[in-house]
Write a protein that binds this ligand. Structure first.
Ligand code: FAE
Length: 543
């Protein structure tokens, strides 16, 4: 069992609170006294972001004896707010919910067409961000732990045949024999007890969807999760504080979830060689005599830039997620800072075929007022020859019976988007048009249309805005932008500039067939093992 990333073994409580009040915080066993930003610094290894790929990089570098600094633009989610909780409630969001917004922007915006879901909030470095690119919006996590803080915890290993179709250059034997098991173990993946699943009111909504799928001749599979199911059962028994059973998801879980701050990042910090600097947003990268130099903006809790620092590094690991990593490299190429980057940077982006849909069930077929927020069941129609779909049965925990079956469908969509650099606004823009969602919408309609026909049910049109049955304008699964074997070599080494590595979801070319974090973690494990052996240990000082 890895130690937890807690105030006790990081900073003293007072120091952490002072630092949090200042904004920028530096956490690490070796730097308990250091709450002031360094003016200029050198790190043997620098990791940008603290999501899945970044967390693997930090741990494996530290275990190889390399002092590593992690720069994360979000905050450390460890200090309770005035209500005694670290994260706010999903149905009563406050400033902690979203990244510098005046109003929340939840994926399910309305109920019965009424604007009753979103709330006005004060701007703050909240845990969930939504990046709007016109025809496509992307939800991402912000904070130490990245997407692991906000996601549904579903820890799915892709079908081997589809993995090999997507990443044919990667040795599937090694992935399925070594790196997927390593990732699942380090992430703390576990599965629900089947007998409890069958009997508990908290998963009635899943059982209802399973029965509907069975009537249509379609199978379901259990989906593992990183939420601790023993804890969940204690929640149900009233002997542990409630989180999944208190409607918490999307804006963070106060209990039960093994997010990265409790697994990989805690283990990395426990080495004493890793320092995490929060509210530290990397803006630029350029070459330097010692390798590369990054420009990092230190944010305060209002989002203002308090200071801008430069940190040099011998080895730079980009783990800022599909959007963050791609934007950094695109900006560097287009401004001439890293002119030799591949033209492939910015290409090969996809949304993993994500669409959402909801069905209205009969009044005699209730889904239950009590719903666990952690999904455990998927409708598996992936082998459908014309419209492959893997549809997770998602919760809608409103605390009342609503007879709604909600789904996050992952479809096989061959369309890809690309990013262009907008020099005026100094940001990446995604080129993705609504019609590119056509294959996903058709696949979802095929599956849910069958479920509706066989069960005599209909779509709900009141949840996603615009009277739509299928929500195809946002994704939780951004993938690609710096694709493995194209913008990088086969292990994530960036082409054109030695000493820069991509470690996150931008390596995966747009589609995976299942939820991505287990694969992002396993791929990072594979790539880091090779990079440490061939680059770090052979040349410990870098350049
Ligand atoms: P990610 O986890 O996004 O981490 C990137 C980190 O970099 C973030 O902490 C950023 O704040 C930080 N960052 C970005 N730019 C900068 C910068 N310039 N300077 C410093 N820091 C920066 O990257 N996946 C599953 O497998 N199962 C699920 O159940 C699931 N549910 C989801 C539910 C929601 C609501 C969302 C939003 C996502 C969900 N996902 C799920 C997707 C999953 O969380 C996502 O694929 C991974 O988090 C991506 O991992 P990366 O390492 O690529």
């Amino acid at each position: 069992m890895t130690p937890q990333l807690t105030r006790r073994h990081l900073l003293g409580a007072a120091a952490l609170q002072t630092a949090a009040a200042l904004g920028f915080t530096r956490v690490g066993l070796a730097s308990a006294q250091a709450v002031q930003p360094p003016a200029a610094d050198h790190a043997p290894a620098l990791v940008i972001g603290s999501g899945y790929g970044a967390a693997v990089a930090a741990l494996r570098l530290a275990r190889a004896g390399v002092r590593t600094v992690v720069l994360e633009m979000g905050r450390l989610w460890e200090t309770p707010g005035p209500d005694g909780k670290v994260f706010c409630r999903t149905i009563a969001p406050d400033h902690r919910s979203m990244w510098f917004r005046t109003r929340t922007e939840a994926p399910l915006a309305t109920f019965l067409w009424l604007d009753v879901v979103n709330r006005n909030i004060s701007p703050y470095p909240g845990v969930l961000d939504r990046i709007d690119y016109g025809d496509m919006a992307v939800y991402v996590g912000r904070g130490v732990g990245g997407g692991s803080l906000v996601n549904g915890g579903m820890a799915v290993t892709p079908p081997r045949s589809y993995f090999s179709e997507v990443l044919p250059q990667v040795d599937a034997d090694a992935m399925y024999g070594t790196y997927f098991p390593r990732a699942r173990s380090a992430l703390g993946v576990n599965s629900i007890d089947r007998a409890w699943f069958e009997s508990t009111p908290w998963y009635r909504y899943s059982r209802v969807s399973r029965a509907h799928a069975a009537r249509a001749g379609i199978g379901t599979v259990f989906v593992p999760n990183v939420y601790d199911f023993d804890h969940m059962r204690r929640e149900a028994a009233g002997t542990a504080p409630k989180s999944a059973l208190a409607g918490e998801v999307l804006y963070g879980n106060n209990h039960g979830k093994r997010s990265l701050d409790k697994t990989y990042l805690a283990a990395a910090l426990a080495t004493g060689l890793v320092t995490v600097e929060t509210l530290s947003r990397v803006r630029a990268v350029r070459p330097h005599a010692r390798g590369h130099v990054v420009t990092v903006e230190r944010l305060d809790l209002r989002g203002r830039v308090r200071a801008t620092d430069e940190i040099t590094t011998s080895r730079l690991f980009l783990g800022a997620g599909s959007l963050g990593t791609t934007e950094l490299l695109l900006r560097a190429r287009e401004t001439g800072a890293l002119p030799d980057l591949s033209p492939e940077v910015g290409r090969g982006w996809g949304h993993n075929g994500n669409v959402m849909a909801a069905r209205a069930n009969h009044v005699w077929d209730p889904v239950g007022a009590r719903q666990s927020t952690m999904p455990v069941l998927g409708i598996d129609d992936w082998n459908n020859p014309t419209h492959p779909v893997f549809a997770e049965v998602a919760p809608l925990p409103m605390g009342l019976e609503h007879w709604i079956s909600l789904y996050l469908a992952i479809t096989k969509n061959p369309e890809r988007g690309h990013f262009v650099y907008d020099a005026v606004r100094d940001r990446a823009r995604l080129r993705w048009s609504r019609d590119q969602n056509g294959p996903s919408v058709a696949a979802a309609r095929s599956l849910f249309g069958r479920l509706n026909r066989v069960n005599g049910t209909v779509y709900r049109h009141d949840l996603f805005g615009g009277n739509r049955a299928i929500a195809d304008d946002f994704t939780y699964h951004p993938l690609g932008g710096c694709v493995l074997g194209r913008a990088t070599d086969l292990y994530g080494r960036v082409r054109g500039h030695r000493g820069i590595y991509v470690v996150d979801g931008s390596l995966i070319p747009g589609s995976l067939g299942v939820n991505p974090f287990v694969t992002i973690t396993a791929l990072a494990e594979r790539n880091m093992e090779r990079i440490i052996r061939e680059d770090v240990l052979r040349d410990p000082r870098g350049r």
